[in-house]
Design a protein around this ligand. Structure first.
Ligand SMILES: C[S@@+](CC[C@H](N)C(=O)[O-])C[C@H]1O[C@@H](n2cnc3c(N)ncnc32)[C@H](O)[C@@H]1O
Ligand SMILES: [Zn+2]
Length: 294
C-alpha cells in the first residue's frame, strides 16, 4: 500500500480534526486524499513519504540529516530509554483520569524516535494506542520520522504557528527543544499538561569539560528556562532523570554529531573526544510538569 494512503486513512479519521491552517487559522479538510485545504483555499499537499509540510514559509535549519541520523543511532542504542520510561510513567499515571483516549503532540520531535518509543510503551501500559502527532521545523527530521514510524502523524511546522486547533492535546511533549508558551497554552486541553525535558547542569558534562574548558560555556544552568516556564504555566513538579551510559567508539561519534553542543567547539577539542575508544557519559535531565494557570 502506498504510504500516502496510510497517512490519508489516518487523516480522514482523528488527525484531520486536530489541524488548522497555519496561515489563516481556519480548519483544514482533506481533499481527494492528497491535499489539506482550508476555507481560504490555502493548500498543503501530502508528501508521498507520509507527512505534510504545514510551514507557511521556507526555513533553513542547522538540524540536518547527519545530525538526525546520529541522534537516531544513539536513540536505538537505548540512550534515551530511561527518559522515555519516565515520560511514559508520568503520562500513564494521568491517563487513567481521562475518560477518552489521549491526544499527544511532540513539539520539536526531531527524527521522531522518542515519540515512537513513548507511544509503544503507552500502548503496552494502557492497552490502547494514543493518538500521537510529531511536529518539527526540520523537513529532514520529519521525513525520517515518517519513513520509520507509521503509527503517528508527522508534520513540518513552526512552534510559533502551531497548525493545531485550540485545546487539541491532553499532553504536550517538548524534549530538549525550544518552546512557544503562547501556542502551548492555546493548543493545550484545559485538563492537559506540558512535559518539558530540559538539561540539568551535568547533562553531557564530559563533552562540555573538553569542548568548553575555561570558557563561560563550561558550566550550564537551566534557571532561566525554568523561570520562563513558570511565567506561563503552573509548574507542578520537577522530575529528575539521571543516569550514565558507557559508549564505545561508533556511538561516541554519534554523540558528537547529534548534539548542538558541538556547534561552538574547536576542531581540535572535538577530535580529542572522537579519538577516545570509550566514554562514560552523563545524562542529567529534568522533566518540568506544567498545567494551565488558574
Ligand atoms: C536538540 S533537537 C531535539 C529533537 C528531539 N526532541 C530529540 O530529543 O531527539 C531540537 C529540535 O527542535 C527543533 N526546532 C527548533 N526550532 C523549532 C521551531 N521553531 N519549531 C519547531 N521545531 C523547532 C529542531 O529542528 C530540532 O529537531
Ligand atoms: Zn488558510
Amino acid at each position: 500500500m502506498p504510504r500516502s494512503i496510510i497517512l490519508s486513512d489516518a487523516l480522514t479519521g482523528h488527525f484531520e480534526n486536530l489541524l488548522r491552517c497555519p496561515v489563516c487559522q481556519h480548519t483544514l479538510r482533506l481533499v481527494d486524499k492528497k491535499s489539506l485545504i482550508c476555507a481560504e483555499k490555502h493548500c498543503f499537499d501530502l508528501a508521498k513519504q507520509g507527512y505534510v509540510n504545514l510551514l507557511s514559509h521556507g526555513i533553513k535549519s542547522k538540524y540536518n540529516k547527519a545530525l538526525f541520523d546520529a541522534r537516531k543511532n544513539l536513540a536505538q542504542s537505548g540512550f534515551f530509554e530511561p527518559l522515555n520510561s519516565k515520560l511514559c510513567e508520568l503520562i500513564s499515571a494521568e491517563a487513567k483520569s481521562f475518560d477518552r483516549s489521549l491526544n499527544i503532540v511532540d513539539a520539536g520531535c526531531g527524527e521522531g524516535s522518542n515519540l515512537a518509543n513513548i507511544q509503544q510503551k503507552l500502548h503496552h501500559c494502557l492497552g490502547t494506542v494514543p493518538c500521537c502527532v510529531g511536529m518539527d521545523l526540520s523537513k529532514e527530521g520529519i521525513q525520517m520520522a515518517a519513513r520509520d514510524y507509521k503509527d503517528s502523524f508527522w508534520c513540518v511546522a513552526d512552534l510559533a504557528q502551531c497548525p493545531f486547533v485550540d485545546h487539541a492535546f491532553e499532553v504536550i511533549l517538548n524534549i530538549l527543544s525550544p518552546a512557544n508558551y503562547a501556542e502551548f497554552e492555546r493548543i493545550l486541553h484545559p485538563d492537559g499538561y506540558v512535559l518539558k525535558v530540559i538539561p540539568e547542569k551535568d547533562y553531557l558534562k564530559e563533552l562540555r569539560a573538553v569542548f568548553y574548558a575555561e570558557t563561560d560555556r563550561e558550566e550550564y544552568s537551566n534557571a532561566k528556562t525554568i523561570e520562563l516556564f513558570e511565567n506561563h504555566l503552573a509548574l507542578t513538579e520537577i522530575v529528575p532523570v539521571h543516569y550514565t551510559r558507557n559508549l564505545a567508539k561508533p556511538l561516541i561519534e554519534n554523540l558528537v554529531h547529534m548534539t548542538p553542543l558541538t556547534w561552538g567547539a574547536q576542531g581540535e577539542r572535538i577530535d580529542r573526544i572522537m579519538d577516545l575508544n570509550s566514554l562514560e557519559i552523563t545524562i542529567d535531565l529534568a522533566i518540568l510538569v506544567g498545567r494551565k494557570k488558574g
